[in-house]
Design a protein around this ligand. Structure first.
Ligand code: IMP
Length: 428
């Protein structure tokens, strides 16, 4: 079977502009499925000048005829999901009968959000700067086999026992926090039963549904959240999120085997950003960094935090392309580099006098890695809004050609603005 499905994965630290690419490509798909992460994601999509930020719902939801799936690999904050759905309904986008969530998706509860903040505070100077959306603690409870899943809220007796175990496990944290609302188990049980109405029509066994669609020739898009450099194993641990953001997460997060994945598109930004702490060899600071941040609107869409900015790092990009098995690349925000005299690209690192061309496994090395840059000529004519490859300024083409030559994978999609239409397909 040759599966007609595509995965869209971020190759940097998240915020690569996946939302736009997913929205653009989902037009030709029958369904979009989210396999990991939670409301720590913030996919920004602009349609007809209207801005949408989606945290849990797959970005394909903006196309009213698409089915949307949330797999068991996602941790779901029911409050966020409910608000997101009702906000879309208010804006004229109906979701009824086309959004589905797996029975086994774990819930993010108020206790997880409190625990996230508490853990961060206890880390002191070693804080990770998480989104504080309860992601780490919810996945930790899942791994400890004490989490609460979507299906659990439909059996109130069993749920009460499960909540006892969960609260017992978090007792010392709850004692330290001393928040009455947080320890009120009966009000939590009550609020969870309220979500029966939300989940009942959505709850399903996601894996078989997706496999049926693909077997019947329908195209499915697998939507990545966060980026490869935030993968729990392959990112810059511990400055990572708590899931597999790389290709492997698709199969475990949706419950489908690898032969159901057709091709994999990796999305990266023309420069780099990171929110939260952790190594960032090609980071830039000072006035120029502030200008780039402003021009690119580089503020977290979930938390509003200013993003750290830097030049494109080909060492990291190559590694993440290999880990994910990327077939084609999509570059976003090329227009943010418009008007620069010169553009730097990090090609290798220098660590204690040695030239290093791969991502260091060891943390201190990563922190000591100094970027070795190649400088390319910038372009003064705008790329913003250009929709044909041959209309790009010559130097912008050279920038793309240089990346392709170094990376060895074709750049297939180029995004030149926020709007759905500000997109170039290289083979168009
Ligand atoms: P957590 O996922 O909230 O636990 O945060 C762990 C790290 O991942 C922090 O550095 C966050 O800033 C980062 N992170 C999590 N989700 C995203 C995202 O969607 N975009 C960018 N960074 C993210």
């Amino acid at each position: 079977m040759k599966a007609d499905s595509i995965a869209i994965l971020g190759l940097q630290w998240g915020d690569e502009g996946k939302g736009k690419v997913i929205d653009f490509l989902s037009e030709n798909c029958h369904a979009v499925a989210r396999f990991g992460g939670g409301a720590n994601a913030g996919h920004t999509i602009v349609v007809n000048r209207e801005k949408f930020i989606l945290k849990l719902l797959p970005s394909g939801v903006l196309h009213q005829d698409k089915l949307c799936f949330i797999g068991s690999g996602v941790v779901c904050d029911p409050e966020v999901l409910e608000t997101e759905i009702s906000d879309l309904e208010k804006r004229g986008i109906s979701t009824g009968g086309r959004v589905f969530i797996d029975y086994g998706a774990h819930l993010v509860l108020p206790l997880h959000k409190a625990s996230d903040g508490h853990l961060e505070a206890s880390r002191g100077r070693g804080a990770l700067d998480t989104t504080k959306r309860g992601i780490g603690p919810a996945y930790a409870d899942r791994a400890s086999r004490i989490g609460i899943r979507v299906v659990d809220i439909f059996d109130s007796k069993a749920l009460a026992l499960k909540l006892d175990t969960l609260f017992g496990a978090h007792e010392s944290m709850l004692n330290e926090i001393q928040d009455e609302a947080l320890i009120n188990r009966s009000s939590l049980a009550q609020s969870l039963s309220h979500y029966e109405i939300l989940f009942k029509p959505m709850m399903t066994d996601v894996g078989p549904k997706i496999m049926d669609l693909i077997r019947s020739g329908k195209k499915v898009l697998f939507e990545g959240a966060q980026g490869a450099l935030l993968d729990i194993d392959f990112g810059s641990y511990p400055y990572v999120t708590s899931t597999h953001t790389t290709t492997g997460g698709i199969f475990s997060g949706l419950g489908i085997p690898p032969q159901y994945l057709g091709s994999t598109i990796g999305v990266f930004k023309a420069y780099m950003t990171r929110v939260g702490h952790g190594p960032f060899p090609a980071e830039i600071t000072g006035d120029f960094a502030s200008k780039l941040r402003e021009k690119g609107g580089e503020y977290g869409s979930v938390t509003g935090r200013p993003r750290r900015v830097g030049w494109l790092d080909l060492v990291m990009l190559s590694r993440m392309i290999n880990i994910n098995g990327i077939d084609k690349l999509a570059i976003t925000k090329l227009d943010v580099l418009d008007g620069l005299d010169e553009i730097s690209v990090c090609e290798s690192y220098e660590i204690e006098g040695r030239k290093v061309s791969d991502v260091p496994a060891n943390h201190p090395d990563f922190y000591n890695a100094r970027p070795v840059y190649t400088k390319l000529k910038g372009w003064d004519k705008p790329t913003a809004g250009i929709r044909k490859l041959d209309k790009l300024p010559k130097e912008a083409r050279s920038y793309l050609d240089y990346i392709t030559e170094k990376i060895g994978i074709p750049i297939w999609l180029i995004s030149t603005g926020y709007s759905r239409d500000d997109t170039i397909l290289a083979d168009d």
